[in-house]
Design a protein around this ligand. Structure first.
Ligand SMILES: Cc1cc2nc3c(=O)[nH]c(=O)nc-3n(C[C@H](O)[C@H](O)[C@H](O)COP(=O)(O)OP(=O)(O)OC[C@H]3O[C@@H](n4cnc5c(N)ncnc54)[C@H](O)[C@@H]3O)c2cc1C
Ligand code: FES
Ligand code: FES
Length: 492
């Protein structure tokens, strides 16, 4: 049997400097560590819950197949232990020697930095924009700049100069961070540690980062209280708000393959540690409706760090990815020392935060079966604003059509009760009926009569009833338009 080496410290590179981190510091939010331990106060903390982007830094992690793309994340909610064998670039690391970088120069030239608090985060998001556009050879448009800056809040109506700075970047003057920081020296140094696991014990916390699944399953079976942490975008907020405190933690990101997203004729397999960004990029061409929904999910920083599995396993009744994946009949794959099993999403949510999951089980992936035939999809997120907002109501419909008749219907909704739900009665009403506004109006009325939504800060119960009825009508009109335009393309 091969002996697996374990380290009792993390190895991280910050702005070109290699650092070993052990004990309590490994469990701190990255922003706190950067500011208080490394004395890099450029990274600001304002909301401490992933909402404003002031704490944005750029990161890349070395895996067996190379460095992950450099991406911005929110360092206020991300614990340090997620960054083993990672390179982190803060706003201090953007400048080269004593020269400001192109991003910083343009922010200064266009007066993009007014308060000083949001500015470092804006610079980091803009650095990713410059990095991606230069690497792919694409131009910076205002739309692209807005998308990259979705997770950076300016509270003083200063977006115009910030967008001007972004759209005036001269990419010839942008020195790639990947070339500056992900050097061959660093790569070979980190490579020699790739096969090592990490186990860190502080005064009252323990972290396990095994390198093989059998070891992870063993740890979970011996101690079911060990909490799995994926991207920590849900857990990090709870910890910062003192709503939870994790003593025993396990992270699967050192187990090869856990970040993978792969496709075959039978469907898509999404690994437990695959980020929302990776999934969004993967489904871009084959599943544009899912891509559209993921585009308005949170912010780039959250999607670069958070995982799809984390969204599903967190099990919020307003988790945005759950209704579409439920209508696609997706299955969570679980493993424990007792064996493997799959659970359909429609059977996973038993009551508010009560799941069909044994204490010793670890989710290893999500399988999304391929649909073959004439299917149409619509996924809606109803929220107060388009970007970076929590949903009031979510809706997903997948219909199979034969001529003008609905031959199969799958409907799922969130925000209408304690869990996301499949709606079998509504599906029966739609199936076998004509694809018409009348059928959808009847389906909307039935759906509204079946739900028991709460009134809360996001919406009243009455609103949720009304919006449910209206979403069925919207679904009909959008699907009708889509099918008519497909017909026009075939018979112009
Ligand atoms: C600012 C902000 C905006 C957000 N916007 C949205 C949004 O628009 N839509 C939305 O739906 N959500 C949103 N979220 C919530 C969150 O980002 C998502 O739910 C995300 O997908 C969680 O993934 P994660 O990897 O960070 O999960 P984590 O926080 O790491 O974990 C979530 C849960 O899953 C469990 N878990 C993780 N991996 C495993 C495993 N392998 N086996 C068993 N259990 C496991 C954890 O123990 C935990 O209970 C937002 C959060 C923030 C902070
Ligand atoms: S401080 Fe607001 S996102 Fe981190
Ligand atoms: S420039 Fe910082 S909040 Fe507007």
């Amino acid at each position: 049997m091969t002996q697996i080496t374990k380290r009792n410290h993390l190895i991280v590179n910050v702005n070109g400097e290699n650092i070993q981190i052990s004990g309590d510091e490994a469990f701190q939010p990255l922003a706190q560590f950067l500011r208080n331990t490394l004395h890099k106060p450029g990274t600001k903390v304002v909301c401490a819950e992933g909402d404003c982007g002031a704490c944005s830094v750029v990161t890349s992690t070395l895996r067996a197949d190379g460095w992950t793309p450099l991406r911005t994340i929110n360092s206020c909610i991300a614990p340090v232990y997620l960054f083993d064998l990672s390179c982190i670039v803060t706003v201090e690391g953007m400048k080269d020697a004593e020269e400001l970088s192109e991003v910083q120069n343009k922010m200064r030239d266009f007066h993009g930095g007014q308060c000083g608090f949001c500015t470092p985060g804006m610079v980091c998001s803009m650095a990713q924009l410059a990095e991606d556009c230069k690497t792919s050879g694409s131009a910076i448009t205002e739309k692209k700049a807005r998308n990259y800056l979705t997770g950076n809040l300016c509270r003083c109506t200063g977006y115009e100069p910030i967008l001007k700075a972004a759209t005036h970047l001269d990419l010839n003057k942008w020195q790639l961070l990947s070339e500056r920081y992900l050097t061959t020296d660093l790569t070979s140094k980190f490579k020699s540690h790739l096969s090592e696991g990490v186990e860190i014990q502080s005064e009252n916390k323990k972290l396990s980062m095994p390198t093989v699944l059998t070891e992870a399953l063993r740890i979970k079976s011996v101690n079911p209280a060990v909490r799995l942490v994926a991207g920590a975008t849900d857990l990090g907020v709870l910890i910062n708000k003192a709503k939870t405190s994790l003593q025993e933690i396990m992270v699967l990101n050192k187990i090869p393959g856990t970040q993978n997203v792969s496709g075959s004729a039978s469907g898509i397999l999404i690994g437990a540690m695959a980020t929302l960004t990776d999934v969004e990029n993967f489904v871009k061409s084959d599943h544009p409706e899912l891509k559209r929904l993921l585009h308005i999910f949170a912010s780039p920083q959250i999607k670069n760090q958070g995982t799809l599995l984390g969204n599903i396993l967190n099990g919020s009744p307003i988790g945005d990815s759950i209704p579409p994946l439920m209508t696609l009949d997706a299955e969570i794959q679980f493993q424990s020392v007792r064996g493997a099993r799959s659970v359909k999403l429609s059977e996973y949510y038993k009551a508010y935060k009560v799941f069909d999951k044994a204490e010793d089980e670890i989710a290893t992936g999500l399988f999304v079966p391929a649909l073959v035939g004439n299917y149409v999809h619509r996924y809606f997120k109803v929220s107060l604003r388009k970007d970076l907002d929590i949903s009031a109501v979510t809706f997903a419909a997948v219909l199979k059509l034969d001529g003008g008749t609905i031959t199969e219907a799958r409907i799922s909704m969130g925000g209408v009760g304690p869990t996301v739900v499949r709606m079998p009665q509504v599906e029966s009403l739609l199936t076998g009926h004509s694809f018409s506004e009348k059928t959808f109006t009847a389906a909307g009325s039935l759906a509204s009569s079946l739900i028991k939504p709460l009134s809360d800060l996001r919406a009243s119960s009455e609103y949720r009833h009304l919006v449910t009825e209206n979403l069925f009508k919207k679904c009909f009109h959008e699907m009708d338009t889509e099918m008519n335009s497909k017909m026009e393309a075939v018979c112009p």
